[in-house]
Design a protein around this ligand. Structure first.
Ligand code: 5AD
Ligand code: SF4
Length: 439
């Protein structure tokens, strides 16, 4: 038998891309490809791209440039571009970088194996009507204890800065039965912690089980909580306006639904929120946070923030800092506004790079303080930890707490996939450490 063909896969951007990359690797495995850690060994290099901010797509073009000598030395090497840059720029990528052999948009992955075999178009950015995941091969073999599962793709919210409604398309939800089957399959392979993924995941409205019409995300979570062997559920990313009463109630009702919620607000200024087309105010967000905390008092919240959106004044930025102080986040991701072609905000002038840089630093300092305070609060407490891998020190295990904080535990008998109770002994800049107190 000849050696298996080798696939080098690089993933940029969000968890959705990580999930998509796993599924593409599985699809190519069915065609005899094994993963390799180095592009030099590969027969196929796939770059799964992100288009959310300018830097993300610049990275693609510089990585492609670096592949030039490799392609020259190995003419049989195929280079493919997948993901949101592929979706947004299509044939333009091949024009700018002729070394690229194929361009597969984020909705055409089920056609990737055929494209690599040389059957069909070499540029595919169609939006199919089928569930692309349903057309990819079923997963087999064991895997780690933590997994993502895409339940919904695309977004109809059209925030003024965001490319997602264009690159991922309109909101589409997968049927509940397929999601539950996929979750059971993951659990059978050793998964104990599943995060349901979607660009606007809490807008989920997939075909339900039985004849009763579409299900909401809370209905899906309630059903999934009954899967035996599955210990933890999370979901991301949510829009504040889609947090309905039953979803909030689920945080109080379902012990498997972990006390951590990523709920981006983007800004704390009503003027900026309006210009961003977010369709909620700062006060509405704060009221929502209060309702969620009534359902699950210990919940840890995280958010995304954009600084330097066109028209953002010093006062607007102060309003954002005030919102951050009022909420007290456990974590947050913050970005300098990046104008994206084709979005409503594209033509508007930003605030200037220096101003945005200074605001970003200031905001991140406040968030870091809050993140450390949230960690400090855990010291002395007993928390659940799922071991994900051995640590760097002998006898050390690394995992995540229920609140999604990184934890290092000294546990010579610990095994990957074990869910244990630990006592938190200390908090360092980005993680907790503790000792195991039970099986
Ligand atoms: N510029 C900066 N940040 C952006 N995000 C989305 N689009 C942009 C943009 N054009 C951020 C938002 C979003 C996160 C995934 O990325 O905060 O929630
Ligand atoms: Fe983009 Fe999220 Fe707004 Fe949808 S809700 S347009 S994905 S920022």
């Amino acid at each position: 038998m000849s050696d298996p063909k080798k696939l080098f896969l690089k993933t940029y951007g969000c968890q959705m891309n990580v999930y998509d990359s796993e599924r593409m690797a599985e699809a190519m495995a069915a065609d005899g490809y094994v993963l390799t850690e180095s592009a030099e060994d590969a027969d196929l290099v796939l770059l799964n791209t992100c288009h959310i901010r300018e830097k993300a797509s610049e990275k693609l073009y510089s990585d492609l440039g670096r592949l030039r000598p490799l392609k020259a030395a190995k003419p049989g090497l195929k280079i493919g571009v997948a993901g949101c840059v592929a979706q947004a720029e299509g044939a333009e990528i091949k024009r700018r970088m002729p070394l690229v052999d194929l361009v597969v948009g984020s909705q055409a992955y089920h056609r990737l194996p055929a494209m690599v075999r040389g059957e069909g178009a070499l540029i595919d950015t169609d939006f199919p009507v089928e569930d692309k995941f349903d057309l990819l091969p079923v997963r087999v073999g064991s895997r780690g204890p933590v997994a993502f599962l895409t339940v919904q793709e695309g977004c109809d919210k059209f925030c003024a800065f965001c490319v997602v409604p264009y690159t991922r398309g309109a909101e589409v939800s997968r049927p509940a039965a397929r999601i539950i089957d996929e979750a059971r399959g993951l659990v059978a392979r050793g998964v104990r912690d599943i995060t349901l993924l979607g660009q606007n995941v809490n807008a989920y409205h997939g075909a339900g089980l039985g004849a009763a019409g579409d299900w909401t995300l809370s209905r899906l979570l309630r059903e999934m909580a009954q899967i035996e062997g599955l210990a933890r559920l999370r979901y991301t990313t949510s829009h504040p306006n889609d947090m309905d009463d039953d979803l909030i109630a689920a945080h109080g009702d379902l012990p498997k639904l972990m006390p951590y919620l990523h709920l981006p607000v983007q800004s704390g200024s009503d003027r900026v929120l309006k210009a961003m087309n977010r369709k909620h105010t700062a006060a509405q967000y704060l009221a929502l946070v209060a309702r969620i905390r009534r359902a699950r008092p210990d919940i840890l919240l995280s958010s995304d923030f954009i600084v330097g959106f066109p028209g953002e004044t010093d006062q607007d930025f102060e309003d954002t800092l005030a919102l951050i102080r009022a909420v007290g986040f456990g974590a947050a991701y913050s970005f300098k506004y990046s104008p994206r072609p084709g979005t409503p905000a594209w033509e508007k002038a930003g605030v200037g790079s220096d101003v945005a840089d200074a605001r970003l630093l200031q905001l991140q300092a406040v968030i870091t303080t809050q993140q450390r305070a949230a960690q400090e609060l855990m010291v002395g407490r007993t928390v659940g930890v799922l071991y994900e891998k051995p640590g760097r020190m002998p006898g050390q295990m690394v995992g995540k707490s229920d609140h999604l904080q990184a934890v290092h535990v000294t546990d010579h008998a610990g095994k990957v996939g074990e869910l244990v109770q630990i006592r938190v002994l200390a908090s360092s800049s980005n993680s907790l450490s503790g000792e195991r107190i039970s099986a």
